[in-house]
Design a binder for this molecule. Structure first.
Ligand code: ZN
Length: 404
């Protein structure tokens, strides 16, 4: 089906640059949730929604919706930023939602609403606004979350008390689509314009404690040592050797935190504590990886005499497959707008769509990040790619939104 409404890429880019002006710092943006500049940007966004004929509605968590009447498709992302954020992270998806909802409105349908979630970047929590809306955290629980400067979420959201009303009933939306910058190098390296997300990856993490024997680094013969750090090195090497056989090119694993004790040049380390984190879009693969990790720990312990224990300090994050109808509509549109220049791919980062998937069918679209850079003032995307992403999303939205 041809798209039934006409998108205005110039108007879209103009709004995107206007949003950038709130908190613009060099080439980047500093617009943390509930800061004065964030509140000003939400007031402006609400005025743009109103001018587009949508009903602006902010909920108590600070999520700002631009509502069409009746059942509608929801499009958006977040517009808060990291303490040193890029200009497109979240903002792109929000302004795409605004432009597509506006263009659909001008054409007399289909019904499309837009949204900017609050505190996705985690000034207080992480994905706080969509967390609350999806019922994963209550407003009362979120209210006690504290920012690094000691302000609670409850204090923060007082800054939007003049705009905030009731929560929006998710039942009025038939689905949610989020466009986001990739924040990785895959599309840019392949010189592709669009990625259609298959799933948002899950993650598991264990903390491993290796106990050996602390001793003198000069007098203890190598053969008699129980060096905890050597245990870590052996585990790391075996992980790389053995996980290789059961992963995809998208699977990742990381030893990101290591603490060696007593961490002194002339002492054989008696203890080492480190994390192993692994991520993949397929929960079965996460499980198989865990079995391999466990067997490596057992093998190293029995081969070295080190005592090795693993424990979980945080909940597993389950992979979130995207809705297949939304994925297929995005894929079809990508094939029409950017033939040969798109791919299906998982998302390695968490997004609001992950939370919204508890409420309704969701899908996601990526555009390239130049050199894969994000959460940095250097974050950018070629204007052509921004426009291509917009056209793909608009076509898919025309197909997915309720016709009324
Ligand atoms: Zn983001």
């Amino acid at each position: 089906m041809e798209h039934v409404f006409s998108i205005d890429p110039v108007r879209f880019l103009s709004d995107l640059h206007h949003l950038r002006s709130f908190g613009a710092t060099g080439t980047g943006v500093v617009r943390p949730a509930f800061s004065e500049i964030d509140v000003a940007s939400r007031e402006w966004l609400a005025s743009r929604m109103e001018a587009a004929g949508l009903t602006p509605h902010m909920d108590p968590a600070g999520n700002l919706f631009g509502l069409a009447e009746g059942p509608s498709l929801l499009i958006g992302s977040h517009s808060d930023t990291q303490p040193e954020g890029g200009w497109l992270d979240g903002a792109l998806g929000v302004i795409m939602g605004l432009e597509i909802a506006r263009a659909a409105r001008e054409a007399g349908g289909p019904a499309i609403s837009c949204v900017s979630f609050q505190d996705e970047e985690g000034r207080y929590g992480a994905l706080t606004g969509s967390d609350i809306w999806a019922g994963k955290t209550t407003l009362a629980e979120a209210d006690s979350l504290r920012s690094i400067d000691g302000e609670t979420f409850a204090e923060g959201r007082k800054a939007v008390a003049h705009m905030a009303g009731e929560f929006v009933d998710p039942g009025q939306f038939t689905g949610f689509v989020e466009c986001h910058i990739e924040q990785g190098p895959v599309l840019d390296t392949a010189k592709e314009a669009v990625g259609v997300v298959t799933s948002i990856v899950g993650a598991r993490q264990v903390q491993v404690t290796v106990r050996g024997q602390q001793n003198h680094a000069g007098t203890t013969p190598m053969a008699l040592r129980k060096d905890a750090f050597q245990g870590v090195v052996r585990i790391a090497t075996m992980l790389n050797d053995r996980l290789r056989n059961l992963v995809t090119p998208q699977t990742v694993w990381t030893i990101g935190h290591v603490r060696v004790s007593p961490n002194a040049s002339s002492i054989v380390p008696g203890e080492a504590v480190f994390t192993i984190q692994w991520r993949d879009g397929d929960n079965d693969r996460l499980e198989r990886m865990e079995k391999v990790i466990t067997s490596i720990l057992v093998e190293v312990a029995s081969g070295t005499g080190l005592k090795i224990e693993a424990e979980r300090l945080r909940h597993d994050i389950l992979p979130k497959p995207m809705d297949s109808a939304i994925h297929d509509a995005l894929a079809k549109a990508a094939g029409q707008v950017a033939p040969g220049k798109w791919r299906s791919m998982p998302s390695g980062a968490l997004h609001d769509a992950s939370n919204v998937s508890h409420l309704m069918p969701v899908g996601m679209l990526f555009v390239p990040s130049i050199r894969g850079i994000s959460h940095s003032f250097d974050e950018d995307t070629a204007e052509d790619d921004l426009a291509t992403g917009l056209m793909v999303l608009a076509r898919a939205a025309a197909e997915l939104a309720p016709k009324g």
